[in-house]
Ligand binder design. Sequence first.
Ligand code: 4NP
Length: 154
Amino acid sequence: MKVLMVCLGNICRSPIAEGILRHKAAERGLAIEVDSAGTSSFHAGNPPDLRMMITARKNGIDITDLRSRLFVKEDFQNFDLIFAMDQSNERNILSLAENDEDRQKVKLILNEIDPTSNSQVPDPYYGGDHGFQVVIDLLDKAIDKFLNRLDGQG
Ligand code: 4NP
């Protein structure tokens, strides 16, 4: 299975989502390919935000090798599942969809925790350092739920 994590800048939320999923899939021995992208190209080619790299490291996740890239419509062909971090990202992704098959691949990641919530991963970019740990805690929970379901454990 191939999974794409998407946020706005691809330097805060989606790189850590990529790192957490890769880490947890490896721990469970699951063959999941993971990538991430942004709906803007503001930071294309850049490494993740330093604050997220540091908070990730504190949580045992190394995302220093990742580089930001723009989400493109070809991603619909290359991935089975596309997780948006918030509804604005979701709308931007869906604006590039060409058919229902594309559209069905797009999900809000926090709906893995509660499918009816439509909750969003808060953008930590303009906030304080604590916001980065909040993002990690939310994604950790959502990705555990996703993997439990995939693994037949709930
Ligand atoms: P991300 O956070 O979407 O989680 O990577 C942001 C990064 C950069 C900007 C906004 C959000 N920006 O406006 O540059």
